[in-house]
Design a protein around this ligand. Structure first.
Ligand SMILES: Nc1ncnc2c1ncn2[C@@H]1O[C@H](COP(=O)(O)OP(=O)(O)O)[C@@H](O)[C@H]1O
Ligand SMILES: CC(=O)N[C@@H](CCC(=O)OP(=O)(O)O)C(=O)O
Length: 295
């Protein structure tokens, strides 16, 4: 049944159901990670932007962090390069960094800003270079094959600190921050940071009530492709060890767990391909996906 087929009384009931959620989340920060894989369909993108505006209008402080892995991949292909990943992180040489900054900080960021503004919000696009608010240093990745070995994956950033004041300033106005996962080093150098890592750290620093990671799967799946609705640290360790979690899910789950352990009350990985997934998760008891528990 579509919404237009509902009786006026049923429509009113659905809207009234949101009241306890609006009361609970009023003036609370919700960090939303919008994954590059979830932002493919124009109808879904417009619905996402409307959801973000609605959350802002009913009194929450939504903060959007976006990815753009597939969009970077498309651009790399056009310049004759192929992306390479180590444990879910893109190997980033200087040429790749230039493409990443252009695609994330320019194309993808401004598209989301524009969509939110079209839906009636006031979005402001930022990278970590703005106000120097995401400080990073070069990440050296621990090898899985040889304990103690470190792998150099180029200009990939490890977050040193996030200054929450710029975001708080935007929140306190009517603005909705839209953040591209790019950090800045001490000497002004540019770092590519996985968007899940930025979202997790930001949720922690902003003392967010919720972190919602929108991706292109129903949530975390087990070996048979069945949805795991709740995950403890012990279960996550098992899933990593037996290879059930791989690729982009590795930094995602690591960041989700770090955020949950650092006091973010609810961390969810949900299916961004479901229309209005964000509203369903935050404003109803129909929350779908995987909840990450801290213990
Ligand atoms: N156990 C798992 N459950 C769900 N997805 C998984 C799992 N292991 C690996 N993945 C992969 O992780 C991907 C999501 O991460 P990623 O590609 O980085 O997307 P996003 O753009 O949302 O960050 C899924 O599309 C899937 O291919
Ligand atoms: C270091 C690293 O891997 N950076 C990511 C940043 C974008 C991202 O995280 O995009 P998704 O959320 O769509 O995967 C990259 O270059 O692809």
């Amino acid at each position: 049944m579509s919404v237009s087929q509902l009786s006026p009384a049923d429509k009113a009931k659905i809207i009234a159901e949101a009241l306890p959620y609006i009361q609970r989340f009023w003036d609370k920060t919700v960090v939303i990670k919008y994954g590059g894989n979830a932002m493919t369909d124009p109808v879904l993108k417009a619905a996402f932007a409307r959801d973000v505006v609605l959350l802002k209008l009913v009194g929450l402080n939504p903060v959007v962090v976006h990815g753009g892995g597939p969009q970077i991949e498309d651009m790399l292909k056009r310049v004759g390069k192929k992306g390479e990943f180590v444990q879910g992180m893109r190997v980033t040489d200087a040429e790749t960094m230039a493409v990443v900054e252009m695609v994330l900080g320019g194309q993808v960021n401004k598209e989301i800003v524009n969509l939110i503004n079209q839906a009636g919000g006031k979005a402001v696009g930022l990278t970590g270079k703005d106000g120097g608010f995401i400080r990073a240093r070069k990440l050296m990745m621990a090898s899985k094959e040889k304990a103690g070995d470190l792998i150099d994956i180029g200009q990939v950033g490890d977050i040193i600190g996030i200054d929450p004041s710029l975001i708080a300033f935007l929140d306190s106005g009517d603005f909705i921050p839209v953040i591209a996962p790019i950090g800045v080093g001490e000497a002004g150098e540019t770092y590519n940071i996985n968007a899940d890592v930025v979202a997790g750290k930001l949720a922690e620093v902003l003392k967010a009530e919720k972190l919602v990671l929108l991706t292109n799967t129903p949530g975390v799946l087990d070996k048979n492709g069945k949805l795991l609705t709740g995950l403890t640290p012990k279960k996550i360790d098992e899933l990593v060890a037996d290879g059930t979690l791989s690729g982009g899910m590795l930094p995602k789950i690591g960041s989700a767990l770090d955020a949950a352990r650092s006091g973010v009350k609810a961390v969810h990985i949900i299916d961004g391909r479901v229309e209005h997934a964000l509203l369903l998760e935050i404003m109803t008891d129909q929350g779908v996906g995987t909840l990450i528990k801290s213990a």
